[in-house]
Design a protein around this ligand. Sequence first.
Ligand code: PLP
Length: 384
Amino acid sequence: MKELTSFIKLVRNIYSQEEGYLPLHIPTFNGKEKEYVMDTLQTTMVSSVGAYVDRFEESMAKVTNVPKSVAVVNGTSGLQVALNLVGVQPGEEVITQSLTFVATANAIHHNHAQPIFIDVDKDTMGMSPEALRAFLLSKCEKRKEGLFNRYTGKRIAACLPMHTFGFLCRIEEIVSICNEFEIPVVEDAAEALGSSYKGQSAGTFGTIGVFSFNGNKIITSGGGGALVSKDQKLMERAKYITNTAKKPHRWEYYHDEFAYNFRMPNLNAALACAQLEQLDVLLRDKGDLYSEYQRGLETLGFKIKTVPSTTEKWNCWLIALEMDSKEERDVFLKKTNESGIMTRPIWQLMHRLPMYKNCQVENQENAEYLENRIVNIPSSARIR
Ligand SMILES: *Cc1c(COP(=O)(O)O)cnc(C)c1O
């Protein structure tokens, strides 16, 4: 039997907070955040000009070990432009998972393309390579113009897996399958900064990876995102088309293609720089938090989601529990939230949402299993 009262006591204990509201994930500003943000105000460099953007892009490239990174306004727009960069055209299709945050699917829609939803693995909660291979083998055909969906007749332009809660999906296998079928991989690594496999950062296995720095993520710039890639040329192009495709000139305004205004403002980049300096401190504290939860929950009968073998280093972004049934999950959510402990269920599957209900949906056995059972519990770092 699971002891709900003891669970609530454990969470309050871990956060040394006997009463009051305990949020799911709030940021920590323990470094040079104020100094850097004040600097942008004092110099008036709050917007599209300023050194913090370059500095943040360089730091992100260093942290993820790629030649170049490009900062953008948020993760969603980052995914949108990444899909465009790998060649997704209007009317084409992108393979993704139904178990994800809505931004993944929206980024496909914003390219006027359609998502195809395939299943996830139970351990990683990310895209299943078996489901991917089964779909590609049974429903697609290679033509000289590319890979085509035999049912819709449309070209499959990309594959967009997601690293759920910072666990890596089986990304090496996914990239190798996609190479075989000649489709590019964009990684939705929005939740996975600081996670790695065999020393390689999440987001750097496919053609492009995208991170988010929204307020609830592992580090925040208020709102923001970043693209990373091993392909420096592609990142130079990313920088160009997220900055209105303006030809560099001291005074002339000349733009030579339709482009985006997705660059990260210097004000946000200042915050991002200070936050990124704190990444190791945050990762250490969140690692301790995960261990404390593991020890505490063992004796209470709760099943914590443990780090899958695909993830050598986990960023511990959001800690998850697996309930035995939807009914038990619902009681858990109600009781914990009523007592001021914020918990929430994993996302409802994309193909059930009104705007995606007519999309192609493959088998969702594991996604449905997880949808009914997975909850997140307070996971903020505790350094204040
Ligand atoms: C946070 C997140 C994004 C991007 O969100 P933004 O708020 O646009 O930065 C994309 N995908 C997933 C899975 C996310 O969790």
